[in-house]
Every structure is written in C-alpha cells, then in structure tokens.
Design a protein around this ligand. Sequence first.
Ligand code: NI
Length: 180
Amino acid sequence: MLGVGAYRTRSRPALGAVLPVPISEMTWQLTDEKNQRVRPADWIDRPVMVFFGFTWCPDVCPTTLSDISLWLEELGAEADRLIVALISVDPERDTPDALAAYVGNFDPRILGLTGTADEVARAASEFRVTYRRVDKDDGDYTMDHTAGVFLFYPDGRFASIIDFHDDRRFAVPKIRRTLS
Ligand code: NI
C-alpha cells in the first residue's frame, strides 16, 4: 500500500488512484455515427476530450453535452483541432444511427462512438470508466456510468478531468491547456 500512497500523493489524480491510459497506448476500436471505424491512432497529434454516456440518459448526459457545446462555442475556432467524442455505454440501443440523431442536437464537432459490448468494455477499461446496467421495475433499463469529461494532450498524455460536480467556470481553462 505504501507504493499506492506515494503514487497518489505525487500525481494528485482527480479521481481515485488509477488514471486513464495515454491515448497512444490505447487499443480500442469503435464505430462512429457515420459508420466509420475509429482507433486511438486516428487521434494522435490532436487534443482529445472524451465523455462516456448514452442517448437515453435522462439527465447527466444531455446536461454534459449542452455544457460541452457551450464550451466549444466559447472556444470557437481555437477548438477546431480538438477531438470531442461521446462514447456510448449502451451499445444495445445506441446504434450509429441513434447516435447520429442524438449528437446532431449538440455542437457539430461532437462525435458519437459505439461498438459491440466487448469493444465498449475495452474502451471503458482503458479510460478507467465504469458503467453498469440497472433494470427498472417496468422492464426498461437505465445505465449507471462515470460522468467525468476526460482531457488529453495532443501527444496522448492524460491532462485532466472535468468532473460533473466541478465549478463549470474552470472547464474552458482546462480545455485550453490541452490546445497549445
Ligand atoms: Ni448519463
């Protein structure tokens, strides 16, 4: 435990002891809302902002995507090189077409990524994101999921997290630090 404690003190992670894998070391493959396959190598040399969620989410996801759209509007052309992606934790319902319709409600720079259950699980594990299906009494289901927005530098290094409960004023400066 000494090693873990020392590591946590030194790196001051925003959530728990385990940080996302650098993009350059990730191995996932997903499909975007235009049915194109996407791999981490496609994102090298670009700053990256990733958020996990699902289109049926009643609250946290639409709020986060609205916030992201406002941040992108504030950053304007400065954020044009930023990769912004929603990765679905509900691939059963979130087909590429469903994601296209959903992200179409928000800033056009936001991509929607989905895949098979295994593909999504691999991506989530590399971002250190957790999610689980929660069955409801009426036979429907919802998903619990990590709600933070992950930021990475163009060289793939993890930069920071915009937590759902953080003061939103700090979001744009955090994003800007990944852009230069
Ligand atoms: Ni959600």
